[in-house]
Design a protein around this ligand. Structure first.
Ligand SMILES: NC(=O)NCCC(=O)O
Length: 383
């Protein structure tokens, strides 16, 4: 099967057809930005893709623009999953360092890595050891030290999704996004709210639903939240970040083509439209093979990998437009320059927050949660 991305396929059309299909699929066109020589050299020397865009919006007249460059970073693992664990981590860290260097060379202000970036996505195996040794303290672990250093070096807010070990609470494990300030200081963390129980994504074997609510982190570069992977299928999860005032919501993910690729280009974009904020959708890349076979509980033969992580990271804008996606097969960094004031302009135009009927939803949900709930169905008397 072809490995081409949608963008690579569109590029084969006639110029007129390209304009029309992009208008329909990607909305108001984003502008390509010039990329610095330093970023180009890093991408060339370390073999990854870079892309930079700008979302066009009309500047407010009463307040200064709040220009922010949002970076999404996708990568494959570096060493085989049979290598010593810390070697695996160190090799990924070295790779991610180059990708963050490139994001900085493209002027990124706020960046997010993919879900559980420090490790292969081993949840498919259902084996606890050795994999859980990748879990680490959110503030003091190896990745926290590394990301804090990179954030301070570049004055960049960095969101670092990891597997967290909470020693204060009985060595419990969490799927957590840790947010570091542009100063390098730890700001806070959010734990994944929705745990998949689909296909080979057997994550409930490892950790349970998050207990951090829907925090929005107020940073130098806007109000940032994180809806981790499977949470993107839950519109109310997206909505709660919006109600708390998010301007940028990242969706760090790990998902494979056979399961979710047709959904990928829709969900982040839809969330961005419905909640009038920017969304950075990030997916890992590559095929990861594990030492022992595992089954998917579907009667099919046991296997050692669970398919191709298709990358395709992108940024969605509140007016329904989006950047092109990164490659389906290569590591990469995509930067999108936005004016955060655009969130308010879009709210003024579409009035989704004013026309929402939160009180109706609250009442309906409160009823639904009662054990004796009866669905509100009006039956055709002829039935
Ligand atoms: N990591 C994760 O939540 N994956 C679930 C698969 C999907 O939601 O596409």
């Amino acid at each position: 099967m072809s490995t081409a991305s949608v963008e690579e396929i569109i590029a084969k059309l006639s110029p007129d057809d390209q304009v029309q299909i992009k208008r329909l699929l990607q909305g108001n066109p984003v502008e390509a930005l010039e990329i610095s020589d330093a970023a180009q050299a890093l991408a060339r020397d370390h073999d990854f893709e870079i892309a930079a865009f700008k979302t066009n919006s009309v500047a407010d007249v009463t307040r200064p623009a709040r220009k922010v460059r949002i970076a999404v970073i996708q990568n494959s693992i570096v060493l085989p999953t049979t290598a010593p664990l810390m070697d695996q981590y160190k090799a990924i860290e070295a790779r991610v360092e180059k990708l963050i260097d490139a994001a900085a060379a493209m002027g990124a202000n706020v960046a997010c890595l993919q879900e559980a970036w420090t490790a292969p996505f081993f949840f498919c195996t259902r084996e606890k050891r050795p994999w859980l040794e990748f879990a680490e303290d959110a503030r003091e672990g190896p990745s926290a030290k590394f990301i804090s250093r990179m954030a301070a070096k570049y004055g960049m807010v960095i969101v670092s999704p990891i597997l967290e070990r909470d020693s204060a609470h009985g060595q419990t494990i969490w799927n957590t996004a840790v947010v570091f300030s542009h100063t390098g200081a730890y700001i806070g963390k959010h734990r994944k709210n929705h745990i998949p129980r689909v296909g080979d994504f057997n994550e409930s074997t490892y950790y349970f639903e998050g207990n951090t609510g829907h925090p929005v982190f107020e940073t130098k570069f806007g109000k940032v939240a994180i809806n981790i992977c499977y949470g993107r299928h839950h519109p109310l999860n997206w909505m709660m970040f919006g109600l708390n005032g998010a301007e940028i919501v990242f969706n760090p993910s790990a998902t494979v083509g056979a399961l979710s690729e047709p959904l990928w280009s829709i969900e982040a974009r839809n969330a961005s439209i419905a909640n009038s904020y920017f969304v950075g959708a990030i997916n890992r890349v590559g095929t990861e093979s594990f030492p022992n076979e595992f089954t998917s509980g579907d009667g099919k033969p046991a296997h050692k990998d669970f398919g191709h992580f298709y990358g395709s990271s992108y940024v969605a804008n509140p007016d329904g437009s989006r950047t092109p996606g990164l490659s389906r097969v290569r590591d990469g960094v995509l930067v999108n320059e936005v004016d955060l004031n655009f969130c308010m302009a879009v709210k003024d135009k579409w009035c989704f927050q004013m026309t929402a009927r939160y009180e109706l939803y609250a009442e309906g949900l409160a009823n639904y949660l009662k054990p004796d709930f009866q669905p509100q169905v009006v039956r055709d008397p002829s039935l």
